[in-house]
Write a protein that binds this ligand. Structure first.
Ligand SMILES: *Cc1c(COP(=O)(O)O)cnc(C)c1O
Length: 394
């Protein structure tokens, strides 16, 4: 029986099924509950706490920002932290401009607006459609939910944003057939799909998407909210494929746990966007931007990324035997420190049993146990966590 309860005894709206523990502290790679029990955390707040808990760089960035008394100014005014962060992100990715917002879904919504704005500079009213992929997840707002391939998330809230077509990335020719020069404004893809069970899209698929978008004047959007910023061992997941998008979405780990999203927009798309086309009250405030700059500097450090790759292959080499060795494991997939263990049954009992043994993991779809440890977690803790999960699966 699952011990998860829908916010029992809590004034929180019941949209989550919580385990009963109340978490009170974070230390390194571990969360600590009210009873003083430590849990090795392979969820990292769903890929957010890439540097773990209680991070000195984050603490000093917060303190420095607070010393100036500047948490928020709104976007009525320019501030140095936002401009410096935008410059850093562009330097690390591709020539363009950056729009800051407050979450992954907001980044997706903004990207759809920018892509339409740009597509309409040569297309007509018709050129507004989005092509998304089977297995995708882009957020829970009306535009991003429309581009998310999860019937259970969508059905109760329809109608969503119209004009989204889904293609199966494994079906040859499906993308070619869906990208229409007169109708398609954007193609959106996660280079490594996260929520649907950790699926690495083949480089050839991303390359074909790039060719089609360039030939048919559609914007290529890569959603790296989960797989970006070091998670796969490259700073950006798409770098392994050599394909550059027109818009790149970032969020989860960007500001070290403070809410922040970003859209990096190519120069060509940026030229189509005018003052007033989009806005946000909070996006890119000086406190979050200062923290994000410290986080991105650390995540983009080549020796840090080397470490992620090395520990990622360690995890991969442990996991690769599981489908043969453990009868409940069907398949393992992943790259860097983003892995999915597909099992033969619902993941609920496995997630609960792992927690009882001191390991936190999160499911990705009904059958996949997802591992998103902090990118800074040392090899020994990774091996310990994998050991616990293996025991549970045995
Ligand atoms: C989590 C996620 C989002 C949504 O981010 P929120 O901050 O929860 O709105 C979008 N895209 C991907 C790939 C994600 O993993």
């Amino acid at each position: 029986m699952s011990t998860r309860v829908a916010s029992a005894g809590s004034a929180l709206l019941g949209v989550y099924r919580h385990p009963p523990q109340i978490m009170v502290e974070g230390r390194g790679g571990a969360l600590v509950d009210e009873g003083g029990r430590r849990y090795l955390d392979f969820t990292s707040g769903i890929g957010v706490n890439a540097l773990g808990y209680d991070v000195p760089e984050i603490r000093s960035a917060v303190e420095e920002a607070l010393e100036r008394g500047l948490v928020h100014t709104s976007n009525l005014f320019r501030t140095r932290p936002a401009e410096a962060l935008a410059e850093l992100l562009v330097e690390l990715s591709f020539p363009g401009r950056v729009f800051f917002c407050n979450s992954g879904a907001e980044a997706g919504e903004a990207a759809f607006k920018f892509a339409r704005r740009w597509a309409r500079t040569w297309g007509g009213e018709e050129k507004h459609e989005v092509v998304a992929l089977r297995g995708s997840f882009h957020g829970r707002l009306f535009g991003t939910l429309a581009a998310t391939d999860r019937p259970a998330y969508r059905a109760p809230f329809e109608p969503l944003m119209p004009g989204v077509r889904f293609v199966d990335p494994d079906e040859p020719g499906a993308l070619d057939a869906a990208v229409d020069p007169d109708r398609t404004a954007a193609v959106i893809a996660e280079p490594v799909q996260g929520e649907s069970g950790v699926r690495v899209l083949p480089a050839g698929f991303l390359d074909r998407a790039r060719q089609l978008c360039s030939a048919r004047d559609a914007a290529l959007i890569f959603d790296e909210v989960q797989c970006g910023l070091g998670r796969t061992g490259d700073l950006f997941a798409h770098q392994a494929s050599g394909v550059t998008p027109d818009l790149l979405l970032l969020a989860k780990p960007l500001a070290g746990g403070l809410p922040m999203g970003a859209v990096i927009v190519s120069e060509a798309v940026a030229e189509a966007v005018r003052p007033g086309d989009h806005a946000t009250t909070f996006g890119g405030g000086p406190l979050v931007a200062s923290v994000a700059r410290a986080v991105v500097r650390r995540l983009s450090d080549p020796s840090f990324l080397d470490g992620v790759r090395a520990r990622g292959s360690l995890v991969g080499s442990v996991l690769k035997d599981w489908p043969d060795a453990l009868s409940r494991v069907r398949e393992v997939r992943g790259r860097g420190l983003m892995w999915g263990v597909e099992i033969e049954e619902d993941t609920g009992a496995v997630v609960d049993a792992a927690r009882e043994r001191g390991l936190l993991v999160v499911s990705a779809g009904p059958r996949v146990v997802r591992l998103l440890p902090p990118l800074s977690l040392e090899a020994e803790s990774l091996e310990r966590g994998l050991g616990i999960l293996r025991e549970v699966l045995e």
